[in-house]
Structures are given as structure tokens and as C-alpha cells.
Design a protein around this ligand. Structure first.
Ligand SMILES: C=CC1=C(C)c2cc3[nH]c(cc4nc(cc5[nH]c(cc1n2)c(C)c5CCC(=O)O)C(CCC(=O)O)=C4C)c(C)c3C=C
Ligand SMILES: [Fe+2]
Ligand SMILES: [Fe+2]
Length: 361
């Protein structure tokens, strides 16, 4: 039997609305062994590394998975907490808060869950839970504000792959980006303002986004443009002059050119140009994680200070802040418009159908 379905399905059942938020994923533990499992899945994704498969498998298994896991595990150890990996517990907290918020709008008609593209909780397990809960309309929100084939695109692949095995597909909404969504821009800008209220301002506000290989941009990936647009909209909200802020790209991997300017090189050069104090903000990350806490919070701080910088401040991600959850709620409600009305109509028709079938059986 190839296609999965539910054999306990009743014709009188009225479907629910499902909401699935997703993020990248994180290793199960800060150990070389767990990192090997995680990185093998992550870096085998052809959306992430666009190198001919056979060649890449040789490099990945022959070189990278022999060296990188131990190095990455050491970095993960510095951010690991009693609650586990920051990315994991922030995403879980976002899911719980979003469920509470959506229940206020939809009551028991909505089921909210979360999944990780790589590692656990797996996308297929979350979809299975949603289908078992009777979801017939599904909205998926990957928590990547800026679209990239390597993140949002890859998440769609995982969801689509899972549904190739299922008998009955739900109605479906996939929110592929929200880099210019007013409530997202406002949430990022207000977080910066709140930081200013406490700590004052610095010479420059630096917007650092995760990079991707430059060739993805040249082949038509909109990620680069969406990052710049987010920066521009936040800067406009904050009334910043052009010389008061800058966009850079972090987390380069491998030898080919990635999106530039690079965050690390820029920070090393700024003190020599008279910029002695900076605030770092990472609007491309919806949760604090290795790349923000360790790479921006620690590693790049050292580069800046060692190059003559005097003050380096990191502004946290939106995580499970109320403004972030409210933004997700608004975005989802807008995308799910009409679903509640449809459900009411379906409930009536389902009742009639169940009666008809009941009469015949
Ligand atoms: C090798 C290519 C990579 C691409 C392309 C890439 C794109 C990309 N990644 C994020 C968000 C995150 N990446 C994180 C970690 C991470 N990323 C890569 C590689 C690529 N990312 C690696 C190898 C790692 C693992 C850590 C390491 O070994 O250095 C994370 C953090 C996860 C965590 O557990 O905390 C996030 C988040 C985006 C948004 C993006 C493209 C736009
Ligand atoms: Fe990454
Ligand atoms: Fe990194």
C-alpha cells in the first residue's frame, strides 16, 4: 500500500485548520557524533549546496564530515543551555505562544505545530500529527523572512515530498517570505528602538544576514534583494541617514565567493575608517542560534575590538517576543482568509452527506 490515509476517518468529521511553523534545525547534542548526523542531512540537500552530486558526495563524506563536526561541536558547546540548543527552544516557545494566539481567533478549529527542516522534530512527523488531528487546510510558515531557495525553497521540497506519500491532500498555503511585511518591519525596528532606550546609540547600526553563494544571486535567487529591502524599510522606519547603517553577510562556508560585503571583513575594517562603535542586528534570523550568539555575539566582537573598535553591542532576535508572535498571527490570518467561512459551509454539507450515507449503509 503506497498511499497513507486514515482508516478511522468518519464522513461526519469536519476538518481542522493546521498551522505549521518551521525552522532550519539544529543538532541533537553539541557533540561531534550528533553534528555529523545533522550536517550530513543538511549539507546533502541539493538546494543548500549546488555542486554536481557525485563530486559533492566525495568532498562531503571524504573531507567535510571528517573535519567539520568536531569544530562545529566546539562552537555549539558555547551556546548550549540546560534547555538545549537555543534555536530549538526558541522555536518551541514560538510555537506554544502562536498556538495560544491563534486559539483566540479560531478556538479549537486550529491545530498548531512546528518542525525542523533538518533533524528533529522532523517535517514528516509534524505533518503526520496534523493529519491525525484531522487537518484539511494547512498553512505552512517557514520562519525565514527573506526567501532563498536554500531555505524556504528547500522547506517546500520537504513538505511536497511528504505529501507524495499521502492519499488525501489538504488545501494548502505556503508563505514563502515576509521580508517587507509591515508588522515584521515594525517588530524589528521597535526592538532596535527599545535597545537604544536602554543603551543609547552607536556610530553605526549593522544589519548582518546569513550569506549564500554569490552564484545563487546570479542565477536568480531573490534573497540578496530581499535582505537589502528589509534593511531599507527598517532604516526608513527609524529615520536613519544612509551613513548610519549598513548591510553585510555572514557565515560564509567553503571557498567560492558568497554575498558581499562580508560581516567579518567589514567589522575588521570599520575602526580604521573612524567607526568605533557598532550595534549588530540580524533580521534574517527569527531565533537566536549558533550563528547569532556565537558568530555575531562572540567571534565578530573579537574581530572588531582587536581592530580598534571600542563598543560592540548585539541586539537579540525577535525570538518569542509578543510583537513577533503578533506579527506571525497577522500574517497567518491574512493568508488563511476565507478558511473559517469555508469550514462552516463544509460542516453543513458534511452533515447532509453523512446523513445520506448513513441512510444507505
Ligand atoms: C553550506 C551552505 C550553507 C548555506 C547556503 C546556508 C544558508 C542559510 N543558512 C541559514 C540559517 C542558518 N544556518 C545555520 C547554520 C549553518 N549553516 C551552514 C551552511 C549553509 N547555510 C552550516 C554548515 C551550519 C551549521 C553550523 C556550522 O557548522 O557552522 C543556522 C544555525 C543553526 C543552529 O543550530 O543554531 C541557521 C539559523 C539561512 C537563513 C540561509 C540562507 C539564506
Ligand atoms: Fe546556514
Ligand atoms: Fe557560522
Amino acid at each position: 500500500m503506497k498511499y497513507q490515509g486514515r482508516d478511522d476517518f468518519k464522513h461526519s468529521e469536519v476538518g481542522k485548520i493546521g498551522v505549521l511553523i518551521t525552522n532550519l534545525g539544529t543538532p541533537q547534542a553539541p557533540t561531534a557524533k550528533a553534528l555529523r548526523t545533522y550536517l550530513a542531512q543538511f549539507l546533502s540537500d541539493p538546494r543548500v549546496v549546488e555542486v554536481p552530486r557525485l563530486l559533492w558526495r566525495i568532498i562531503l563524506h571524504g573531507v567535510i564530515l571528517r573535519i567539520r563536526p568536531a569544530r562545529s561541536a566546539a562552537a555549539y558547546k558555547t551556546v548550549w543551555t540546560d534547555k538545549g540548543s537555543p534555536l530549538a527552544f526558541h522555536t518551541q516557545a514560538q510555537c506554544e505562544a502562536l498556538a495560544e494566539s491563534l486559539h483566540k481567533h479560531y478556538g479549537d478549529d486550529v491545530v498548531v505545530d512546528y518542525a525542523m527542516r533538518y533533524g528533529k522534530p522532523a517535517v514528516s512527523d509534524a505533518i503526520e500529527r496534523l493529519m491525525q488531528a484531522g487537518v484539511r487546510k494547512l498553512a505552512v510558515l517557514p520562519l525565514y523572512p527573506q526567501y532563498s531557495g536554500s531555505t524556504s525553497g528547500s522547506t517546500f521540497d520537504a513538505i511536497a515530498d511528504d505529501f507524495t506519500q499521502r492519499r488525501w491532500l489538504p488545501d494548502f498555503r505556503f508563505i514563502s517570505h515576509y521580508h517587507d511585511y509591515p508588522a515584521y518591519i515594525a517588530a524589528v525596528a521597535e526592538k532596535i528602538k527599545a535597545h537604544w532606550d536602554k543603551h543609547g546609540r552607536t556610530d553605526k547600526l549593522m544589519f548582518s544576514y546569513h550569506g549564500v553563494p554569490k552564484k545563487y544571486l546570479l542565477k536568480g535567487d531573490p534573497y540578496h534583494c530581499e535582505c537589502y529591502k528589509t534593511t531599507r524599510l527598517v532604516a526608513e522606519y527609524l529615520n536613519l541617514a544612509k551613513d548610519e547603517y549598513m548591510t553585510t553577510f555572514q557565515s560564509r562556508f567553503g571557498r567560492e565567493p558568497w554575498l558581499q560585503p562580508y560581516t567579518d571583513e567589514t567589522l575588521k575594517s570599520l575602526p580604521g575608517k573612524g567607526v568605533k562603535s557598532v550595534q549588530m542586528v540580524c533580521p534574517g534570523f527569527s531565533s537566536d542560534c549558533l550563528e547569532t550568539i556565537e558568530e555575531i555575539g562572540e567571534e565578530n566582537r573579537e574581530y572588531f575590538m582587536e581592530s580598534g573598535g571600542e563598543d560592540y553591542q548585539y541586539i537579540e532576535c525577535l525570538n518569542a517576543d509578543a510583537a513577533h508572535i503578533e506579527m506571525m498571527t497577522q500574517l497567518l490570518l491574512e493568508n488563511m482568509q476565507g478558511w473559517q467561512a469555508q469550514k462552516a459551509a463544509e460542516a453543513q454539507q458534511t452533515e447532509t452527506l453523512a446523513k445520506e450515507l448513513g441512510a444507505k449503509q
